[in-house]
Design a protein around this ligand. Sequence first.
Ligand SMILES: CC(C)(COP(=O)(O)OP(=O)(O)OC[C@H]1O[C@@H](n2cnc3c(N)ncnc32)[C@H](O)[C@@H]1OP(=O)(O)O)[C@@H](O)C(=O)NCCC(=O)NCCS
Length: 188
Amino acid sequence: MAPPKLSIAALDPQSFAVRLDRLAEILRACVHEGASVGFVTPFPLDTARSWWREKVEPAMRGGCRIVLVATADDEVLGTAQLDLDAMPSKRHHAEVSKVLVDPRFRRAGVARALMAEIERLAAQNDRWLLTLDTAGDEAFALYRSLGYTLAGAIPCYARDAVDAGKFDATRIMYKDLRGPPAGAERVP
Ligand SMILES: CC(C)(COP(=O)(O)OP(=O)(O)OC[C@H]1O[C@@H](n2cnc3c(N)ncnc32)[C@H](O)[C@@H]1OP(=O)(O)O)[C@@H](O)C(=O)NCCC(=O)NCCS
């Protein structure tokens, strides 16, 4: 697919309300195609909408969560979040989460563009240690391509999104935006 002309923007309460239904659709589509992002099927649109409204919006309004959307021709193609809520000793940390791209617009650089902005905003907020956990191989490939290091894996971390009898592992990853210390060996 030809790369769409993307705009990346952080939502505020007003634009969040405008984008809410579309964010719910993207989350639902990702869960239904098997993404391990905290939910299991069946996953009705109303449940997806409630999660955005009840869990994400208050954190965004409180200033401890940045919610990005990637748009092309005013259609939302993907979204990503940066959680800035950290304990006093960890104010250099931020957690990347819910990097979700509409399955119809994959492999067109949407997630890469979202992550570039996530990292820019993290640095702007003096957060230079980014962490995340991820189960899917596509997401693992994405984060590896962006220089994230695998810290380890936790077996049976979450129920599989579509197979009720199965538990999936997750991988914990991190990136030090300052770069590796001189002479340091890269952890696999
Ligand atoms: C993971 C995900 C966000 C990637 O989104 P995307 O917009 O398709 O990714 P991009 O096009 O920006 O890809 C950037 C790079 O990531 C890697 N990558 C992405 N998808 C890949 C795939 N299916 N297979 C192999 N590598 C992949 C590649 O290195 C790619 O660069 P390239 O296309 O130049 O080879 C998307 O597949 C998704 O939404 N998955 C479901 C939700 C999920 O698991 N999110 C992560 C939760 S933490």
